[in-house]
Design a protein around this ligand. Structure first.
Ligand SMILES: NC(=O)c1ccc[n+]([C@@H]2O[C@H](COP(=O)([O-])OP(=O)(O)OC[C@H]3O[C@@H](n4cnc5c(N)ncnc54)[C@H](O)[C@@H]3O)[C@@H](O)[C@H]2O)c1
Length: 264
């Protein structure tokens, strides 16, 4: 219950889904929490996190807004004293056939998911450099590790997040800063609820669920547990990794052989 005692965690996308689940999990472990989100009303989980955390702060901003994020990072440091952990969870769904996609839509997805990871990193790294310690956890996706039909802009953005993670891990390793990514499978959040309405995706929902070897979709709390591990000292020798938390989605292909062996 005290793996994050005396630590300060800044979380983007903190108002919903995986971001608010991280806020609550970190607060339960003793962290002071700061949240950034473009949305106005944080969900119930963020509100519970604030009740548990020793200190909390929420600021409304777009992660693509360099000046605003810079100001918020300065405020977090002023009001909460330091920044030990940054979780980049703000993100948007996207994708579709490339030949039908407007450049503005491609740039919107890259802007929020990739540039919106880079900008908070760029400001928080300056604080962590002074402290000579810190842990950054970027929420990427299994779709940043491998291709997926219809993924285009989203996959490109998350693939970028994975390589940005690895590059930063190398650059900052010798100054005490670790950088890792969590790559979730399909996780039940408001974003997840929204994607089934896109382009008739509902039709392939069962197939996508079955591609998770555990036979179900994931929960935001399961991603928060992995983020907590990567943020905490328990992962002190881990940096530059992209950890798939995906119920086995990226483990391989299922043809029914396990069933033939009596394992279903
Ligand atoms: N849910 C899934 O199946 C899934 C799978 C893999 C990866 N992810 C990733 O996990 C992260 C969190 O997603 P989620 O499922 O919790 O979705 P969510 O929609 O519940 O939460 C995302 C949050 O990001 C905020 N946000 C969006 N654009 C923003 C911007 N420009 N500036 C600041 N905040 C912004 C939203 O307001 C929202 O509160 C995303 O990066 C997403 O790509 C989700």
């Amino acid at each position: 219950m005290n793996r994050m005692q005396d630590r300060v965690a800044l979380i983007t996308g903190a108002a919903s889904g995986i971001g608010s689940a991280c806020a609550l999990r970190f607060a339960e472990e003793g962290a002071a929490i700061a949240g950034i989100d473009v949305g106005e009303s944080p969900d119930e989980r963020w509100r519970r996190a604030c009740e548990v955390a020793p200190k909390h702060l929420f600021a409304r901003a777009d992660v693509r807004d360099d000046a605003a994020i810079g100001e918020i990072v300065a405020r977090v440091r002023r009001e909460l004293g330091r920044i030990d952990v940054l979780v980049n969870s703000a993100g948007t769904a996207g994708g579709g056939a490339v030949h039908e996609m407007a450049p503005e839509e491609f740039e919107r997805v890259i802007g929020i998911n990739l540039t919106g990871t880079f900008i908070p990193c760029r400001h928080v790294l300056r604080v962590m450099l002074e402290q000579r310690s810190g842990s950054i956890v970027n929420i990427a996706s299994i779709e940043g590790l491998q291709g997926a039909e219809g993924g285009s802009s989203y996959n490109a953005s998350k693939g970028g997040v994975v390589l940005l993670t690895r590059s930063m891990a190398m650059d900052y390793a010798r100054v005490g800063i670790r950088v890792n990514a969590v790559c979730p499978g399909f996780i039940e959040t408001p974003m997840f609820d929204a994607i089934w309405g896109m382009g008739g995706l509902e039709e392939v929902r069962d197939k996508i669920r079955e591609a998770h070897q555990l036979g179900r979709f994931g929960k935001a709390t399961e991603i928060a547990d992995a983020a907590l591990f990567l943020a905490s000292d328990e992962s002190s020798f881990i940096t530059g990794q992209a950890l798939a938390v995906d119920g086995g989605f990226t483990a391989g292909h299922r043809f029914g052989v396990a069933r033939l062996m009596g394992l279903e």
